[in-house]
Design a protein around this ligand. Structure first.
Ligand code: MN
Length: 455
């Protein structure tokens, strides 16, 4: 059986039933699902939420499929702390897609006047949002010259029955493809894929050169060739086992109002004139499951963390071969903060790691470099290292007026912001010793012997 969203949910329910929470009561797509998620988030609980009965909708809604490192580690079959390295290993072994004639995603096909986005259970997450949004839509577009396919998550605002408006980050691959077509005054055909296995989601967010086909990266991540089929109204191949595909084209030289929208920072971005997608078809499986992302909260922050961490380790390793691990924590939206542990072998290496990291990831704002004894996934340990091993007069690196995220609410116009790197590593010699109980005693005095009732 191919890896798809429903096989993943079935596997979770049989092996880890505590990771799935089913909502059977009727619930509205406008604010109400977000109200549940906000309360779960407060309790630091992130089950995959399956809303069976969404008011006014023809499908159930699944949300939080990418909301915990634990779920990602289950999908990638590794420990949470090994995610970035495991991801890199799989990214290095792409598998080409295979074309099939019959696709489950084409069990229901709607074109022309039958296309109606208002029937799809699009969620409105917050009162500030301008309209319902597709938040778990993976946009597939091919380079018109090379045919190489790109995949990316983009927020998509529903404007009319057959019109979406899209945000594309400046300079990224999809923006570049649209820009290329716009200069020719031609539309860019796109397939918007909704409802996939979490390994598909991870692969779709890999940092790749524009010469690498992302369907092959997704195949590598899943460990099986992605099954693809011809789209109904466009010259594009679409994933055969997705729950839903929305076909359309990004129009050249058309801009209409998009936003406001509650973004990953937990703040809303304001409205602006942005590109428009004319929808030409909606196709889906029988009894399709609609997927959404808990925008602005943990799922939204965490969904791209592992691909980013993998890219960062790779970049730092070129300069500091002893880099051990990287964590982009939820506290920094999994984008603005990174904690990097290195096996320091020469005095200046922490500074080199800072330079390499900032050079490789434009969104990064604050970096902490720690020694290899610090667990980068434990923020208390990271801040302990800052408090004891960092001195601002020689450990601090500040870069003014660099390009950052346009979505950073404290950045200047165009996303220009400051970068800060903290060298919280010890000098190579002569530092105060740490506290240790002798090994022999640690082995002999066991908790279970002395406090057997303490469980
Ligand atoms: Mn790309």
């Amino acid at each position: 059986m191919p890896k798809d969203l429903r096989s993943f949910i079935a596997e979770l329910e049989s092996r880890y039933p505590e990771e799935v929470a089913r909502v059977t009561k009727p619930i509205a797509p406008r604010y109400e699902i977000t109200a549940l998620l906000t309360q779960l988030e407060k309790q630091k609980r992130f089950p995959l939420l399956f809303c069976e009965n969404v008011e006014g909708a023809d499908a159930p809604v699944v949300i939080n499929a990418q909301a915990s490192r634990k779920l990602m580690a289950l999908a990638l079959e590794c420990q949470p702390a090994e995610l970035a390295n495991r991801f890199s290993e799989k990214q290095g072994k792409p598998i080409a897609p295979v074309e099939v004639e019959t696709a489950p995603v084409h069990e229901v096909v709607k074109t022309g006047d039958d296309v109606d986005l208002t029937k799809v259970p699009l969620l409105t997450h917050y009162d500030v949002n301008a309209a319902p949004y597709i938040t778990a839509g993976i946009v597939v577009a091919a380079d018109p010259d090379t045919g190489v396919r790109n995949t990316s998550y983009n927020r998509l605002m529903m404007a009319r029955k057959r019109e979406l408006r899209i945000f594309m980050a400046i300079g990224r691959h999809l923006w570049t493809l649209h820009n290329k077509m716009e200069l020719r005054n031609e539309p860019l055909p796109v397939a918007i894929v909704v409802g996939v296995h979490p390994l598909f989601s991870l692969g779709a967010q890999a940092f790749t050169p524009s010469t690498e086909d992302e369907y092959a990266v997704i195949g590598g991540m899943m460990g099986e060739a992605l099954r693809v089929a011809k789209a109904k109204t466009l010259p594009v191949l679409v994933p055969a086992d997705a729950e839903m595909v929305i076909e359309g084209k990004i129009l050249p030289k058309v801009r209409r109002e998009e936003g406001p929208f509650g973004e990953f920072t937990g703040h809303a971005v304001s409205k602006d004139e942005r590109p428009v997608i004319e929808v030409t078809a909606i196709t889906h499986r029988n009894n399709y499951i609609f997927q959404d992302v808990h925008a602005g909260y943990t799922e939204h922050k965490l969904m791209g963390a592992v691909p980013r961490e993998a890219a960062l380790i790779k970049a730092v390793r070129l300069t500091v071969p002893t880099v051990k691990n990287v964590c982009m924590p939820v506290s920094g939206n999994c984008r603005f903060h990174a904690y990097i542990s290195i096996g320091k072998r020469t005095p200046g290496q922490a500074k080199n790691a800072i330079c390499a990291a900032f050079a490789s990831d434009m969104l990064l704002k604050h970096l902490v470099i720690v020694d290899e004894d610090i667990d980068v996934f434990d923020e208390e340990q990271v801040l302990w290292a800052v408090s004891n091993r960092f001195q601002a007069d020689h450990g601090l690196v500040v870069i003014a007026n660099a390009q950052g995220s346009e979505l950073d609410p404290s950045a200047g116009p165009g996303g220009v912001n400051a970068k800060m790197g903290l060298d919280a590593t010890k000098p190579l010699t002569g530092f105060a010793p740490e506290l240790r109980v002798p090994d022999e005693v640690m082995k002999r005095i066991r908790l279970e012997d002395f406090l057997p009732h303490l469980r």
